[in-house]
Design a protein around this ligand. Structure first.
Ligand SMILES: [Fe+2]
Length: 239
């Protein structure tokens, strides 16, 4: 087993636009394990007005799924996080010192509006770093400011870990996202890559993204983006 770490996925059932039932959930976990992922972080959306399952319900679902997976796939470790939209709810949670982090640690995953960069984003990220947190930006290839100017990603990468989607690297889908994701990896700006799986049908594109990294950067690059760097991120270090 390759022991990859997936920092972004939506396999917990019934919480957001990911898995809709336990069978689908198990199918997604099996598919990721089959690609070599041993550590899977469940990151259901926390997005006001869209998907905002109560955190105690998220924890309950995570515990139930963990019990199932421990029996079926004992070599797979599940961790709990969240994909936090950059909104007032996240701002308030950060002010109170409790944004939903990976595994109760220092690192937390967030996403922003694809069309408009939040004002003062870099300054806010800097403040979080000073406070000891590690922000992790989901799918930087999706944001139009990054697509227009990779310098934006370079600035953000000093304060936040950049986590590209494997499916974007596969070459399938939106051309601007594919081009940007590949450039972020080729120019060393992406710290890690993740599945962002929402459905078992996403698996071929995710596997194809992994194959693209191996072809472009070799086994060493795969190890860095899928194992070494994600493990550092989980302990709150910016790789
Ligand atoms: Fe996501």
């Amino acid at each position: 087993m390759a022991h990859y770490v997936d920092l972004h996925s939506h396999f917990l059932p019934g919480l957001d636009d990911g898995a809709d039932n336990l069978d689908t959930c198990v199918g997604m976990v099996r598919a990721l394990a089959g690609m070599g992922f041993s550590d899977l972080c469940a990151t259901p959306h926390q997005f006001a007005g869209m998907f905002q399952p109560p955190l105690d319900q998220v924890r309950l679902t995570f515990d139930q799924v963990s019990c199932e997976i421990a029996t079926m796939l004992p070599d797979v470790r599940l961790l709990l996080g969240a994909e936090n939209y950059w909104d007032d709810v996240l701002a308030s949670r950060i002010r109170q010192g409790e944004p939903p982090c990976y595994d109760g640690g220092k690192a937390f995953l967030f996403e922003i509006s694809p069309a408009v960069m939040p004002p003062r984003l870099e300054a806010a990220l800097f403040d979080m770093r000073v406070a000891g947190r590690l922000p992790v930006l989901a799918h930087p290839e999706r944001y139009s400011a990054v697509q227009r100017d990779l310098g934006v990603a370079e600035s953000l990468s000093r304060q936040a870990a950049l986590l590209v989607d494997l499916a974007a690297l596969s070459g399938i889908g939106d051309r601007a996202q594919v081009k940007t994701a590949r450039r972020l990896v080729e120019e060393g700006l992406a710290h890690a890559a993740a599945s962002d799986i929402h459905d078992p049908d996403d698996s071929p594109a995710i596997a194809s993204g992994l194959a693209w990294i191996e072809k472009r950067l070799g086994a060493e690059g795969v190890k860095r983006l899928l194992s070494d760097n994600p493990r550092r991120i989980l302990i709150g270090q910016l790789p």
